[in-house]
Design a protein. Structure first.
Length: 297
């Protein structure tokens, strides 16, 4: 299917035993796939999609179990997530060429997807989860606290969920429209928390899958925030060990680049959508769009 006629649409497409929600916006020769970080889904990409829609077809999706997607198969490893996305792309008839944008956990999935799909020609990894951070003591502490709170929240699920949703709905989200913020907050259900726990539980398996994949195999730009306000109990000092590892990840890739985004960050696609969009435009400008049916001389 050609991307030239894609403008704006929302779909729940059959994947496995459920449905995967995708929001498509824009048109152009490249299709940009947008995968959010842990505990986030498609609304965080609204401002990025708005900036890219005149030049790219953009596809933001809710991983299975999150947002408006149905629960997915277990375990929730990177291979499983990529299998589901690729199945969804086949249903939509989208064949690429693709640029992948993965934020946080989404960057893990993007790296696997790029390795497995020759239609992927480049990646932008936004404050990506790396193997070093995911195996750190800080991450272990963060996971423990989430598990403990999840047990409290679900002990009386109906009351607790109503209380959590009411609190979150009053919490403003910089960079998101009111409607997009409410879409994330009012759509929050116990299944979302279980899917988040399943992704944490499958992270070690996902890291093993990354070890099989190795360094990024396509031109890649890595974005890191200059100052981290919140990033899962990790160090925030000037040396920023997470940023150092992210820099190495970018430079390992062919034509790899590492860009530090000025200003504090909670979520770069929300706080600095212009930086994410600029990275996509810059990367696409360095790549040659494959010509279908072309043969080598």
């Amino acid at each position: 299917m050609s991307n030239a006629g894609v403008q704006e649409a929302e779909h729940r497409i059959p994947v496995g035993e459920g449905a995967l929600f995708v929001r498509i916006e824009g048109q152009g020769p490249w299709t940009v796939l947008l995968d959010a970080g842990w505990g986030r889904w498609s609304p965080i990409w609204r401002s990025v999609q708005a900036r890219l829609r005149d030049r790219f077809a953009t596809v933001a999706f809710d991983r299975m179990g999150l947002g408006r997607s149905d629960p997915g198969a277990m375990p929730r490893s990177a291979f499983q997530v990529v299998d589901e996305l690729q199945e969804g792309l086949r249903v939509l008839g989208l064949e690429g060429p693709f640029l992948l944008v993965g934020e946080g956990f989404g960057a893990v999935h993007a790296r696997v997807h790029a390795f497995r799909d020759p239609a992927v020609k480049g990646m932008v990894l936004v404050d990506p989860v790396t193997e070093v951070w995911a195996r750190s003591k800080g991450f272990s502490t963060y996971r423990f606290l989430f598990e403990r709170n999840l047990k409290r929240w679900t002990r009386r699920a109906g009351f607790r969920m109503a209380r959590i949703t009411a609190w979150l709905t009053r919490w403003p989200v910089p960079g998101l429209s009111v409607d997009a913020a409410k879409e994330m907050r009012l759509g929050l259900e116990p299944d979302n928390f279980f899917a988040m726990r399943a992704e944490l539980g499958a992270l070690e398996e996902s890291l093993q899958q990354l070890a099989m994949v190795g360094a990024p195999s396509v031109p890649t730009t890595v974005l890191s925030p200059a100052r981290r306000i919140f990033s899962g109990m990790i160090s925030h000092d000037d040396s920023d060990p997470v940023g150092t590892v992210q820099r190495k990840l970018g430079l390992q890739a062919p034509e790899g680049r590492h860009v530090v985004v000025d200003g504090p960050d909670r979520c770069l696609p929300v706080d600095h959508p212009e930086a994410v969009a600029e990275a996509v435009v810059e990367l696409a400008g360095r790549l040659t769009i494959p010509v279908q049916g072309a043969t080598a001389d």
